[in-house]
Design a protein around this ligand. Structure first.
Ligand code: GLY
Length: 588
């Protein structure tokens, strides 16, 4: 199929962009009403799954999901749709969708081949180990999280170009054009988006003096239904559309980015942009109750942690214990605290630090980590440290996730981020996009918590061109050698435990994809020694019983936004978008 960006595909997509308003952003109805999986989660949300015969897109924004689905309807494959959705999210979901950030892809071809692409941001060449410390060796507050110095070298555009070159079918221009159109003509804000922009307004003004980005012309607060027009971003996307990699890493966009860095004392130079390249990596593979788990290797800590936790949970009767019960939650929390202790010590960019993968994933080693586990009481994190024997096994709130299945059976799971909501809060003047604050995901000082409270040490210390550790866990699960489901979520350090709970809800508790997403979640990460919990995740009896065992709870609004696409027994697809956001599944 030969489609150029000026063909009817573009016109069709444009008409979607214009017609997508708040009232149009309703989930599709279930076409299989006689065997519908109505989502009545025991713990909370009641959103329903969306069903399709052969293709599905689930993302954090209705417009992005619709654009992805239209690419698939017009003969594009999952990789084409990935490019279109990534750029659409950079416009319609600026809190986390991006061209100024990075992420990870795990994909499974229709023939069963699996790949992963690491487009994590890299430390600039001028970065140094103690760059966020003062002369007394103390962490300078906000330096790694706000402003020009907080950014790593962005990876998103290079990844999209590489992905498309290798696996795309439709012309590049046709995939970028929908994002140009929605940036140029405007996107209607949802309630959450309007509130998000209002909340960040003070920081935007502080870090972008004299710029008018993401402000209404009359400076009044944003309201749901207001239209956000992004002319400069449209121009930037046109350069990317016309010049590919050079539309971002060279020429006008690069000049604007480097000038922005100079203006605020940032580190990224033209040399950094020239040197950046996304990296193809071998996906990590493991198994759980007869399913194959295909997930992201380092520099994400997510895949390793997920496989460690699944290995330890496989021996436990989770199905018998039930969802979010005293027994299941206690066991999961105790496993999580030990796995996150390993993360703090051993995980970092494998191109700079020798991550002891074989030891970390060894079943005997993992069992040894539970030697001081008691089913009766919590083990305080002060009594836990990372596993000491791991080397003897040899050397051998914001992110977003989307999943896509195309009619041929190719599957993409992609998690992408600016790190915090709206990243560093710096908008590149003249180019109109947010820069990431991903440098905070390094361990800026051993034992000093990052914005997610995670600690680290040597493995994740800052070095020029090194990639900072991540928790992003895009994952694909196979059953009997066939695709079963794709899963991922935002949520910083909670990402790995949310993906874990999604997998267990489907495999152990026989939930539909939407029920698995709707179920309330909890999280423990070693330090701080608290269980973060969504309100209603536990009954008051269970919570009291867990407190008696020594667990301390901190209630937080929501944890993550899981997006799942599940192939059902009859071959049809269930798309489950998280009710915690404006997320939407579109299938056909
Ligand atoms: N920036 C969040 C993560 O990569 O885990």
């Amino acid at each position: 199929m030969n489609i150029s960006f000026r063909t009817p595909l573009c016109i069709l997509l444009l008409s979607i962009a214009f017609s997508t308003n708040l009232s149009a952003q309703q989930p599709e109805r279930n076409p299989f009403s006689q065997n519908s999986a109505v989502s009545q989660s025991p713990q909370g949300y009641t959103k329903e799954g969306v069903f399709g015969h052969k293709a599905m897109v689930v993302s954090a924004h209705p417009l992005a999901s619709q654009i992805g689905a239209e690419i698939l309807r017009h003969g594009g494959n999952a990789f084409d749709a990935t490019v279109a959705v990534q750029f659409a999210l950079a416009v319609a979901f600026p809190v986390a969708g991006n061209i100024g950030g990075g992420g990870f892809i795990v994909a499974r071809m229709a023939n069963g081949k699996t790949i992963s692409l690491d487009f994590r941001e890299a430390a600039p060449m001028n970065a140094s180990r103690d760059m966020y410390l003062d002369s007394a060796g103390n962490v300078v507050p906000r330096l790694s999280t706000f402003g020009h110095k907080a950014s790593g070298v962005p990876g998103t555009v290079d990844a999209m170009v590489q992905l498309h070159k290798k696996y795309g079918k439709l012309p590049w221009k046709a995939l970028v054009q929908p994002a140009v159109d929605i940036a140029r003509h405007g996107v209607f804000l949802t309630v959450r988006e309007a509130e998000g922009l209002n909340e960040v307004r003070e920081a935007l003004e502080l870090y972008n003096p004299g710029k008018a980005y993401f402000c209404k012309p009359d400076k009044s607060p944003w309201r749901a239904g207001d239209k956000l027009v992004q002319e400069d971003l449209a121009n930037t996307l046109e350069r990317i559309r016309d010049k590919g990699r050079n539309g971002f890493y060279r020429g006008k966009t690069a000049e604007l980015l480097v000038a922005e860095m100079k203006r605020g004392g940032g580190y990224i130079t033209q040399q950094d942009l020239d040197a950046y390249s996304a990296k193809w990596r071998t996906p990590l593979r493991g198994s759980y109750r007869g399913h194959n788990i295909i997930t992201m290797p380092p520099p994400s800590a997510g895949g390793v942690g997920l496989l460690q936790m699944l290995t330890l949970l496989e021996a436990q009767p989770l199905k018998e214990w039930g969802v979010n019960t005293e027994k299941s939650a206690h066991c999961m929390i105790e496993i999580e605290r030990r796995v996150y202790a390993d993360r703090a010590e051993y995980l970092g960019d494998p191109d700079f630090y020798n991550v002891p993968m074989k030891g970390l994933l060894d079943a005997q080693y993992l069992r040894s980590r539970m030697s001081n586990y008691s089913p009766e009481k919590a083990t305080p994190s002060t009594e836990i440290t990372y596993g000491k024997d791991v080397r003897s096994f040899g050397n051998t709130d914001q992110t977003t996730h989307f999943s896509i299945v195309d009619p041929a059976g190719n599957v993409v799971a992609l998690t992408t981020t600016l790190n915090g909501g709206y990243g560093s809060k710096i908008v590149v003047d003249g180019a109109g996009f947010f820069m990431n604050n991903e440098m905070d995901d390094f361990s800026v000082k051993p034992g000093a918590p990052n914005m997610f409270g995670a600690i680290g040490g040597e493995a994740n210390a800052i070095q020029p061109r090194k990639r900072m550790l991540s928790s992003m866990t895009p994952t694909i699960v196979e059953k009997n050698g066939n695709f079963s489901f794709a899963i991922g979520t935002p949520g910083g350090t909670t990402i790995t435990t949310s993906v874990l709970q999604g997998i267990i809800n489907i495999i152990d508790h026989n939930m539909t994809a939407q029920q698995a997403v709707n179920t309330k979640r909890f999280h423990h990460q070693y330090v701080p020694d608290i269980v973060r919990v969504e309100q209603g995740a536990f009954t008051s009896e269970v919570e009291s019983a867990l407190q008696r065992k020594g667990h301390t709870f901190r209630s937080i609004g929501t944890i993550g936004k899981l997006e799942i696409i599940l192939r059902r027994a009859d071959g049809s697809l269930e798309g489950a978008a998280d009710p915690r956001g404006d997320d939407m599944a579109v299938g056909f």
